[in-house]
Design a binder for this molecule. Structure first.
Ligand code: FEO
Length: 171
C-alpha cells in the first residue's frame, strides 16, 4: 500500500526532527568534551547516533512504501550551556516535544488507516518512553550531586560506560 501524500509530507517532517535532534546532541557532545566530561560526551555521541538511526528508520520505511524522501534544512543547534544539569533539562524538554510529534503522527496514521506506518510508529512510541525515563534518571542524579559536587566525575564514568544500541547482541 503506497503512502498517502499527506503522510509522506508528515514523515519527511519527522525525518527532519530526528536529524535536528541528532545535530543538537552532537553539539552537546562537543560542549561536554570541551568541559572535560568525556563520559557525558560519549553518551551524547551515542545519542547522536541513535537519533540518526531514528531518522533512517523513517527514511527506509518511506522508501519501502514508494514515498519520496525530501530532506529538509537543519537549523544550527544550541551550543553553549551553563551546566550538565541545564543540558539534560534541555534534552528532556526536547524529547517531550518529540514525543508529542510522534503521537500526532500516529494519530494521523490511524486517521488515514495506514497500518504499516502505525506499526513503525509503535516502535517510536516505546522508544520515547524509554528515552524520557533515562533522561529523567540522569536529571535526578545530577540534582543529587549538586552543581559543583566532585561526584560529577563518578556519573561521568557511569555515562561513559554506555554501549551503542544492539551492542553485545549476536547478529
Ligand atoms: Fe528520536 Fe530522542 O527521539
Amino acid at each position: 500500500m503506497a503512502v498517502k501524500p499527506k503522510l509522506v509530507s508528515a514523515i519527511n517532517d519527522q525525518i527532519q526532527a530526528e536529524f535536528q535532534s541528532a545535530y543538537q546532541y552532537l553539539a552537546m557532545a562537543a560542549w561536554f568534551e570541551e568541559n572535560n566530561l568525556q563520559g557525558f560526551a560519549h553518551w551524547m555521541r551515542l545519542q547522536w547516533q541513535e537519533e540518526t538511526n531514528h531518522a533512517m528508520k523513517l527514511y527506509t520505511h518511506l522508501m519501502a512504501r514508494g514515498g519520496t524522501v525530501a530532506l529538509q534544512a537543519i537549523k544550527a543547534p544550541a551550543k553553549s550551556f551553563s551546566s550538565a544539569l541545564q543540558v539534560f533539562e534541555q534534552v528532556r524538554k526536547h524529547e517531550l516535544a518529540i514525543t508529542e510529534r510522534i503521537n500526532v503522527l500516529y494519530e494521523l496514521a490511524v486517521k488515514e488507516k495506514d497500518l504499516p506506518l502505525q506499526i513503525v510508529l509503535q516502535w517510536f512510541i516505546n522508544e520515547q518512553v524509554e528515552e524520557e525515563a533515562v533522561v529523567e534518571g540522569i536529571i535526578d542524579r545530577l540534582k543529587l550531586i549538586g552543581a559543583d559536587g566532585p561526584s560529577i566525575y563518578l556519573l561521568d564514568r557511569q555515562l561513559g560506560a554506555r554501549q551503542a544500541e544492539g551492542a553485545g547482541e549476536t547478529a
